[in-house]
Each structure stands twice: as C-alpha cells, then as structure tokens.
Design a protein around this ligand. Structure first.
Ligand SMILES: [Zn+2]
Length: 380
C-alpha cells in the first residue's frame, strides 16, 4: 500500500476491497459456522465486539446477537480501538471465545464516495463524517498538509528552476508539525549543505534536487511561480506530533495513524484509508495481548479483524446496509495450536462456510417469550 524509509511502521500490506466485501447478514452466519468447524460448541461461545461507539455499529451487534444466541461482550472504544484490558472478564464469560474487531467508514452510494453517513434521525437527515472520531483526529494533519501545499512554490526564475519553501517548514527544531524530507527536495552542494540561492524575509529558495526535477517535470511552471499543491507527495514528508501517552484512550487512535498520515491526508478517501490502517495496527497490537492473556489459555479463540462499511439506510430500511471486509484472523485452539489467516485465506475460509445457521435465535420470539414469562419479583 505504502512504504517509507522514515518508518517501517508505515509499511502495511494492501488491504483489498475488491472481491472482499460481505453483506453483514452473510458474514456473521459464516463466521459462526467457521467457529463450529474449529470445534466451538454451540451454546458455549461468547462473542465480543470491538467497534466504535457510533450508533451505526448497532446493526452488526444485532446480527451477532442473533447468530451467536447471546449479546456480545464489549471490547470496543470510540474510533475502533480494542480495550485489551477487558480480555480477562471476557475470557471468564464463555467456554469458546470470539472477538470481532472493526474500524468503520461511511459510504454514500449516490456519489460513490467514502467518509460520510446520513443521520436519518436528525431533523434534516444530515450527512456527517463516519467515523467522526477519525475525522476529528485527521483535522490537524490536514491543516498542516494544506499549509505546506500552499507555502512551497515551484518557480522558474529566468532559465533556472528554484523551489521556495516557507521558513516554518524549514525549521527542523519544531516539536511538532509537518517535516519535509529535504534530501529528496533540495539539491545539496558539494559540502553536503542546503544553500539557499535567495533568502527572502519568510522563505528561502533552493535549487531543486534531481529527484524533484524528474518527478515534477510536467508540473513545473515554464515561467513564474505556482504552489506545489497536491504534487507534495507523501514520500516527501512526515509528521511529528506530541501525543500524550494514555492507555487505549483518545490517543491510541492517533498513535496508530501517525506513521501513515502522509498517505492518509493525500488519499482521495482519507477516512477509508485511515480506518483500514487503524484495523491493521489494532490487529497487530491486540493479538500480542491475546497471546499473553492467561484467561484465554487452554480455550478456543478466534480474533477476527476487518472493516465496516456503513451504507446509510434509505426510507424503506430501519438499519444500515453494513458490509464487512475481512482483514486477518488469529486462531488459537484449546490444545495450544495458534495460527493466522491473512486476508485472502480468511475470505476463502469464510466463503467455504454456509450462510445457513440452524442455531440462530428468533429475536422477536425470544423477546415475546420473555414478556409472557411470569415476572420475577426483586426483593431487597
Ligand atoms: Zn466511529
């Protein structure tokens, strides 16, 4: 998907969507049958979900309840962060364990764009960001990127090409901000220094590097100056941000996205890419904690990670048409066997399973039966 010499943490494999989308109503029974094929015992499986708190994540929870016959345990924090401190209580609540972890992104079928979701319970059916939490985290990074796009100028001065960079962007001593990879942008002199050809009051002009002249050849103005704009590609910069440490709270999401931010902010679908990256980082982070958790030892466990695509309901529907895109799964058997399924293997394993689930609960009948049941008096 992307890589950077600045950070191996930004080197994630491709998270495919094509051919990988499952309707949620098809995904959950397949997952249930997959668990049964591993020896999980019906009636003794305790599912858990690690979803964002957005109400549009409710329909997947209803389907998990229906197919697994119990309301799932809650492993989720806003933004799709896994509360790994809750493994112990979850492990105590069932014999065989399942955790479904997913970040989410809205999708508007009319414009075929990612990142928004129509809130049908607002007065004017407003569309807002989805995931809103991720959108909030991206704001500062997008503003920094916009500043850099507007304050790096490509110029042709006489017959010489120069690149003019705002002093703020040249300051390498800042605690946080967008930092340019100057070695790829500016031509160094024979002493290995960056020597400006012109010093302005708030900017410096340099000769461009060979790399930049080649990659931007078609975009360089023949005369005059233009902003670099979207030609400021992600390989040319990185971010530094002071993110206060916390344990899986507000800042875990930002930590997860930091190394991939240059690719996220320059993507045509930033909220989609951010949700994909968050799912990938959270899966990697979470499985290490599952392997150490005493409560899960000697138990069957499936931890599955993916992406929820929230498609707003039209006026004929009550719930969103959520799709699930599997990313990876970690499987641990009660005999100690452990293995991973990567995206294509996981999709194949789910597709091998039937969509029919004879064990599913009729939720309406179950609720009706409870209403008919003799009331239990609570005494103090
Ligand atoms: Zn959200």
């Amino acid at each position: 998907m992307f890589s950077s010499k600045n950070s191996y943490l930004a080197m994630w494999g491709p998270f495919k969507l094509d051919g990988m989308l499952l309707r949620y109503s098809s995904f959950v029974p397949r997952l249930y049958n997959f668990c049964k094929s591993l020896g999980f015992k019906p009636g003794q499986i305790m599912p858990s979900r690690a979803f964002c708190s957005d109400e549009n994540q409710g329909y997947p929870i209803i389907l998990v309840t229906k197919h697994f016959g119990t309301f799932p345990f809650n492993h989720g924090r806003v933004g799709g962060i896994v509360a790994t401190g809750r493994h112990g209580p979850h492990a105590e609540h069932g014999k065989d364990m399942v955790i479904i972890q997913a970040s989410h992104v809205g999708y508007d079928p009319s414009s075929q764009t990612f990142g928004t979701y129509c809130r049908t319970h607002t007065e004017h059916h407003q569309s807002t960001s989805s995931c809103g939490k991720i959108a909030g985290v991206l704001k500062w990074y997008k503003e920094e990127y916009q500043f850099a796009q507007d304050n790096i100028l490509l110029e042709t001065d006489g017959r010489q090409q120069v690149i003019t960079i705002d002093n703020q962007l040249l300051n390498q001593e800042r605690d946080e901000g967008l930092f340019l990879d100057l070695g790829k942008i500016i031509l160094v002199d024979k002493d290995g220094d960056y020597k400006p050809v012109i010093s302005h009051s708030t900017a410096r002009s340099f000769l461009p590097s060979e790399h930049l002249r080649k990659t931007l050849a078609k975009h360089w103005p023949r005369e005059g100056r233009e902003t670099i704009g979207t030609n400021l590609k992600p390989a040319l910069f990185r971010y530094k941000r002071q993110i206060p440490p916390d344990s899986e709270g507000q800042n875990q999401l930002e930590e997860n996205l930091l190394h991939a931010m240059p690719w996220v902010v320059s993507s045509p679908a930033p909220l989609l890419l951010a949700a994909q990256v968050n799912t990938q980082v959270e899966f990697d982070r979470t499985i290490r904690t599952l392997q150490k958790e005493h409560g899960y030892q000697g138990k069957n466990l499936v931890h599955i990670a993916g992406l929820h695509i929230d498609i707003s309901p039209d006026e004929t529907l009550t719930f969103p048409l959520t799709k699930f895109v599997p990313w990876a799964a970690y499987i641990q058997k009660s005999d100690g066997t452990q293995y991973m399924l990567e995206q294509e293997e996981l999709m194949a394993a789910l597709m091998e399973q039937s969509e029919d689930n004879p064990d599913q609960t009729d939720l309406e009948a179950a609720i009706h039966q409870m209403e008919l049941h003799q009331e239990v008096k609570v005494t103090s």
